[in-house]
Design a protein around this ligand. Structure first.
Ligand SMILES: C[S@@+](CC[C@H](N)C(=O)[O-])C[C@H]1O[C@@H](n2cnc3c(N)ncnc32)[C@H](O)[C@@H]1O
Length: 187
């Protein structure tokens, strides 16, 4: 799996001069909270947020361990165990970005994995809350916010990304319309 074209991570660098190689850098989810009590608690029940699920969220590394190899290295996969509620995060589970590419792109956008966003939104917002994404990109945070029954405010500088962001948010409304249609057809 390759997420960037950074020279230090490419296998061709290992073949040419491994002195120029390095390990990949972790993504971190940084949280900040206003000091003091929370005026609007975000409550869950054993049914909506079972302890086994919390143990997976509380793990310092969101990965699926599949045992060890002969050298003692953990085998980690991005296998999603049960849909959105996975132990691991599938790096490819993002909104598609290709249609937002522009001729003058210096670097292409790095959309955040939808499962990471979904965990954050469920932990740190109530249904109906407004999720702010000041660096909106192609709208991944807004997309999941709408799917999870929140509202969203996004800012994006680049026109081609903004256009894709709007399409992505509209697609959530389309998904909901389709679900309503299937539900009323089933009645
Ligand atoms: C890493 S991307 C965000 C991707 C987004 N999380 C997603 O998954 O779709 C950062 C975005 O911030 C935008 N950006 C940078 N500076 C900005 C600014 N001052 N105001 C609004 N957007 C900005 C860039 O154009 C880029 O699309």
């Amino acid at each position: 799996m390759q997420r960037t074209k950074a020279l230090g991570l490419l296998h061709k660098t290992i073949r040419k001069d491994s002195a120029m190689s390095r390990q990949g850098i972790n993504d971190y989810l940084v949280t900040m909270r206003k000091p003091g009590a929370n005026d609007e608690p975000i409550e869950h029940t054993n049914e909506t947020f079972p302890v086994a699920l919390w143990q997976r969220y509380a793990s310092p590394v969101w990965a699926t361990l599949e045992g060890s190899d002969g050298d003692g290295f953990h085998i980690i996969t991005s296998r999603e165990v049960t849909g959105n509620e996975s132990s691991g995060i599938n790096p490819s589970n993002t909104l598609q970005k290709e249609s937002a590419r522009d001729d003058d792109d210096e670097r292409h956008i790095a959309p955040l994995q939808l499962s990471v966003i979904r965990r954050g939104i469920r932990l740190w917002s109530n249904p109906g809350d407004v999720v702010l994404s000041p660096f909106g990109g192609i709208g991944s945070e807004g997309y999941v916010a709408l799917q999870e029954g929140r509202k969203a405010v996004l800012c994006e500088l680049k026109c081609s990304y903004f256009a894709q962001l709007v399409k992505n948010l509209q697609s959530v409304a389309d998904q909901e319309r389709q679900q309503d249609l299937f539900a009323s057809a089933g009645e």
